[in-house]
Design a protein around this ligand. Structure first.
Ligand code: 5GP
Length: 145
């Protein structure tokens, strides 16, 4: 999949936005959705996406990008409070050669724990949905009113 391409309205995050497949939602407003990664690299791995379609950082409207990054900071703070990790990695991949597997812009919030190794990116086992829902609720409790 090339860096410059046409947005595929049937990508998995577009389906999540349309409610066609379930997600463990953390936060939603008119512009943004945040939900738990279904194949988490660590406990609390959370995704933040804009609702407006764009494939990656390059083709995203700057105002939307500003909203997404600002909200990513707010949710990262909540993830920090919820899980008290030792570190937090934020990632965002552009194009398949860079590691992108879902072609709708997203930021990863990946808590890091000194005593546990990081899982594989976009691989491994699908997490238990109830567990993800419980984690999402824990993060939500830490979000500002
Ligand atoms: P990318 O590789 O594009 O940076 O990240 C895509 C992310 O989406 C991966 O971390 C992968 O685990 C996650 N993912 C793939 N399919 C699903 C799904 O159906 N639901 C959720 N919540 N996450 C998914």
């Amino acid at each position: 999949m090339s860096l410059n391409g046409t947005y595929d309205p049937d990508n998995i995050f577009a389906k999540i936005l349309r409610g066609e497949i379930p997600s463990a939602a953390v936060y939603e407003d008119d512009h943004i959705l945040s939900f738990m990664d279904a194949f988490p690299q660590s406990k609390g791995h959370t995704l933040v996406i804009p609702k407006v379609p764009s494939r990656n950082l390059l083709d995203t409207d700057p105002d939307i990008l500003a909203r997404v990054t600002a909200q990513t900071q707010i949710i990262t703070r909540a993830v920090h409070e919820a899980f008290e990790p030792d570190g937090i990695t934020i990632t965002q991949f552009n194009g398949a050669p860079a590691g992108q597997t879902v072609f709708h812009l997203h930021f990863h919030i990946i808590p890091r724990y000194t005593d546990s190794a990081l899982g594989a990116h976009a691989g491994g086992q699908m997490a238990d949905f109830e567990e993800l829902t419980a984690q999402a609720a824990k993060i939500r409790q830490k979000l500002p009113e």
